[in-house]
Unconditional design. Structure first.
Length: 32
């Protein structure tokens, strides 16, 4: 059970990190 929660945490963190990187890239492109 612990491993399942750990995997879900990594998945959520990766999704948040991916969204943050895409958001910053879009802001940089719009800034130019």
């Amino acid at each position: 059970m612990g491993s399942e929660i750990f995997n879900v945490g990594i998945l959520a963190f990766s999704l948040i990190f991916a969204g943050w990187t895409v958001g910053t890239l879009l802001l940089k492109i719009q800034g130019k």
